[in-house]
Design a protein around this ligand. Structure first.
Ligand SMILES: Cc1cc2nc3c(=O)[nH]c(=O)nc-3n(C[C@H](O)[C@H](O)[C@H](O)COP(=O)(O)OP(=O)(O)OC[C@H]3O[C@@H](n4cnc5c(N)ncnc54)[C@H](O)[C@@H]3O)c2cc1C
Length: 560
């Protein structure tokens, strides 16, 4: 059996393995006496047990500083154990415990397993013969690069759309994680420690050591500690969508004592969470990353008592007497007195041939900020001429060799804030190609190139690239509201005075008052942020509308 003898806040272990229980306990006792305060002492009585312990430590993200292995063990001797242990912890210092008669084996081990030291038994007194050696090994280990990885680990394939989605999901939900390619040495070591191969990727190893193979978003959410189920059956407000508008509604709703639940399909933050730098939000003169801003809002909402559930896709809002029922894609429902629709917009897909199949494999919609490290030394293309595209160009220019912005119009002036245009002009590796469109994409397994056309001259050119980020025309995804609420031709939800046409309230409106300002054609169902017809597409206005919706919720509840 293996025993973590001492729990240390510093998750660094010293592992000792000896098949003689008496000796094993004695080694562990001596180690604990001197190092127990700072290190976790792990004891095993066979090579197999010790390897199991190492795999467990590896999955938890713990570090191992020193391996002390007795040489003469049945089944697997000390050298054989160390040889296998290298695959799991290549940087741990390796010490073989031998008797005088075994010094030849120890000398051989210096070459076979790159042994750091062999220690002759017995070593009494330890102060003289044991601790100085372990001290030296720990000192040496501290000088190597062995940063602890106490977060989730994802092992994935470079060109897999699902691996890219999972990376994005973890990043956008603020789950600390490290990503490894399946063919990188640490990726291979982690897969081996988890006892799986790379035929089914991604594999996610959570911070607590759970191994998830090809997890769905909701499996992932549950295992990394994101809440996915409502705690109550009935609320005062259900807010759908956790972008700035939804977060604004949740903060104000919960802080004003309303039982508030915020339901999000993918990740808190919405579009704003994908913005690398928001420079025009009130109170942040030096700018703020969207992830930071929305993470603070998330914590604020939780602090006030709002409940947040993720990976739940809302597919219907129904009226059941005075209750409003929200239905999830998996059939589950929750009820409330009121609902705030804050589902925002998503980027439209490019229709050029050859790009459809490459989504997530070189073609990304929105920023996909988690892809930035993969841009190092690459030529990156960005489609779009609005602020979101400009911010992405600024961000990726720090990683990529070059960033080329493809803009359909004749200039950026019509679509981008002047502060961003000025910033872009100062960055040497950003090139802006105006009057340019994508004719088609090339690549089978992943994006390899693009054919571009100058829409003024008609000239075409093929360029090589493996990374394309698309920021064109955002559209609301509100088909699920068809027949439930009034929407405009493009799918944006119509609210308030706009619903009253020629003095007529919307069809089926049951009350003898007009809809309140952000109220939809269903009484008690409000809309806020980008998804509202004629809304201003800005973080500040989305937050403001979220807050305002809560005031109207109060009015609705009072006057029912
Ligand atoms: C890259 C980028 C940079 C930007 N930069 C700026 C800037 O600098 N300044 C600025 O003011 N604005 C900026 N914007 C615009 C700003 O982010 C948006 O106006 C704002 O996020 C809109 O907020 P929202 O809450 O209405 O919608 P969104 O942010 O779109 O959030 C909607 C949320 O609802 C969720 N959702 C959708 N449908 C469902 C469903 N059926 N069930 C459950 N959940 C659902 C989505 O997953 C999403 O999380 C930027 C946008 C982008 C993409």
């Amino acid at each position: 059996m293996t025993e973590p003898e001492t729990k240390s806040p510093v998750r660094v272990a010293i592992l000792t393995v000896d098949d003689d229980p008496g000796v094993s306990r004695a080694v562990a006792r001596d180690l604990r006496r001197r190092y127990g305060k700072d290190y976790r002492i792990v004891r095993a009585e066979s090579g197999r047990q010790a390897l199991e312990a190492l795999n467990e430590l590896k999955l938890r993200g713990d570090q191992v500083a020193v391996l002390l292995a007795d040489h003469r063990m049945p089944e697997m001797d000390g050298v054989q154990f160390l040889e296998k242990a290298i695959d799991i912890y290549p940087k741990a210092r390796r010490v073989l415990l031998t008797t005088y008669a075994d010094t030849d084996a120890a000398i051989t081990a210096i070459n076979v397993v790159d042994l750091d030291y062999y220690l002759l038994k017995p070593w009494d007194p330890p102060e003289e013969k044991f601790y100085p050696i372990i001290d030296t090994q720990l000192e040496e280990w501290r000088h190597t690069d062995h940063r602890a990885v106490s977060q989730s680990k994802m092992i994935g394939h470079r060109w897999s759309a699902r691996c890219s989605e999972v990376r994005d999901f973890l990043a956008r939900n603020q789950v600390p994680y490290v990503s490894y390619m399946n063919d990188a040495p640490e990726g291979e070591r982690l897969l081996a420690a988890a006892g799986v191969d790379d035929s089914k990727l991604p594999v996610v190893i959570t911070a607590s050591g759970d191994v998830l193979i090809e997890p769905t978003d909701s499996e992932l959410a549950e295992k990394v500690g994101l809440s996915t189920s409502p705690a109550e059956d009935f609320y005062d407000i259900i807010v759908i969508g956790a972008g700035p508008a939804g977060l604004g509604a949740a903060v104000y709703g919960a802080s004003e004592g309303l039982r508030t639940v915020l339901v999000e399909r993918i990740a808190t933050g919405g579009q704003a969470g994908q913005s690398s730098r928001i420079e025009n939000y009130l109170g942040f003169p030096d700018g703020v990353s969207g992830a930071q801003l929305t993470e603070r809002a998330r914590r604020q909402a939780l602090k006030f008592g709002a409940e947040l559930i993720t990976t739940r896709d809302v597919v219907a809002v129904e009226v059941n007497g005075s209750a409003r029922t929200v239905r999830f894609a998996d059939g589950g429902t929750i009820d409330a007195h009121t609902v705030v629709l804050a589902t925002g917009v998503s980027y439209r897909q490019l229709t050029a041939p050859g790009l459809d199949d490459l989504a997530g494999r070189g073609v990304f919609y929105g920023s996909a900020l988690s892809e930035a490290p993969g841009c190092a030394g690459q030529d990156v293309y960005i489609v779009g001429g609005a602020n979101s595209a400009g911010q992405a160009a600024m961000y990726f220019s720090k990683y990529a060799r070059t960033v080329t912005m493809l803009v359909r119009g004749p200039s950026l002036e019509a679509s981008m804030s002047s502060y961003l245009i000025k910033q872009i002009a100062t960055v040497e590796n950003i090139k802006v190609r105006t009057t340019t469109e994508i004719v088609c994409g090339h690549g089978v397994e992943h994006l390899e190139g693009l054919t571009l056309r100058n829409n003024k001259s008609g000239d075409e050119e093929k360029v090589e690239t493996g990374l394309l980020f698309v920021f064109i025309g955002a559209a609301p995804r509100t088909d699920w509201l068809d027949g439930a609420t009034v929407r405009d031709q493009r799918g944006f939800v119509v609210a308030g005075p706009d619903l009253v046409v020629d003095g007529q309230r919307p069809a089926g409106w049951p009350l003898d008052r007009d809809p309140y300002h952000l109220e939809t054609s269903i009484p008690g169902v409000f809309v806020a942020g980008d998804v509202r017809a004629d809304s201003v597409k800005r973080v500040a206005s989305a937050v403001g509308e979220g807050a305002m919706a809560v005031t109207l919720v109060h009015r609705y509840l009072e006057k029912r």
